[in-house]
Design a binder for this molecule. Structure first.
Ligand SMILES: [Mg+2]
Ligand SMILES: [Zn+2]
Length: 220
């Protein structure tokens, strides 16, 4: 019996052309955001801490501006619409596993036929004076990275014996997940990481490239 294909697809820099959190910070430039980014890159603080601290710099009074900017600024990568349709036709389970935030992820994905329960991302609260990020998908007991939205916890919850697991991503945060799966589709920093460690991967530029490769490869 062949395995069931399941895809774990990143959002920022993968489904969208650019990283939306970085775009928000670069646009609103809250005092101190760049130092937090440096700390995250240098791994002095975890991704969860860093993202939480950056949004805590933005006043909730500017909610509408922040949300409108994030949604208006994002560009969806070519072929994504067709890719969602392809997965549905082929019976491939497509999960969106994103370290992004609900207030831009759900509106940007609303145009596509993806069930809400297949979208994993961080949440947000605008109740206080500054934006608070909430973490409904935290790390399980096997992950010590304090991811915020833990991709490896989700991937591990799908049995490798039953599923052919496929990851699509662009950055360092996808790399831990990439180590677990059967097939990696990579762009940008994720390519560099795969190269450094000798992991096989398929480079992609559009979702048409991914469909072509999935078609060419028999299901495990
Ligand atoms: Mg990304
Ligand atoms: Zn984790």
């Amino acid at each position: 019996m062949s395995k069931e294909r399941i895809i774990f697809c990143d959002f920022d820099g993968t489904i969208t052309v650019n990283d939306n959190i970085v775009a928000i910070m670069k646009h609103f430039k809250p005092e101190g955001w760049d130092k937090i980014v440096d700390d995250v890159i240098a791994q002095r603080v975890s991704i969860r801490e860093g993202v939480g601290a950056m949004f805590a710099l933005l006043p909730t009074a500017r909610k509408k501006e922040v949300v409108d900017y994030a949604i208006g600024n994002a560009v969806i990568r070519d072929g994504f619409k067709e890719f969602v349709a392809y997965c549905r036709e082929q019976g491939i389970k497509l999960l969106i596993t994103s370290g992004g935030i609900d207030f831009f992820i759900y509106p940007l994905l609303a145009a596509f036929d993806i069930p809400r329960e297949h979208i994993y991302c961080n949440a947000s609260s605008f109740e206080g004076n500054t934006i608070e990020i909430l973490w409904p998908n935290a790390c399980d007991d096997q992950c010590t990275n304090d991811c915020g939205m833990c991709k490896t916890s989700i991937i591990r919850s799908y049995d490798a014996e039953r599923y052919e697991r496929i990851i699509i991503g662009d950055s360092i945060t996808d790399f831990e997940g990439a180590k677990l799966v059967d097939t990696i589709f990579a762009r940008s920093h994720l390519i560099d990481r795969c190269e450094q460690l000798g992991y096989p991967y398929y480079a992609f530029d559009t979702f048409f490239d991914i469909m072509k490769q999935l078609e060419a490869e028999p299901v495990l």
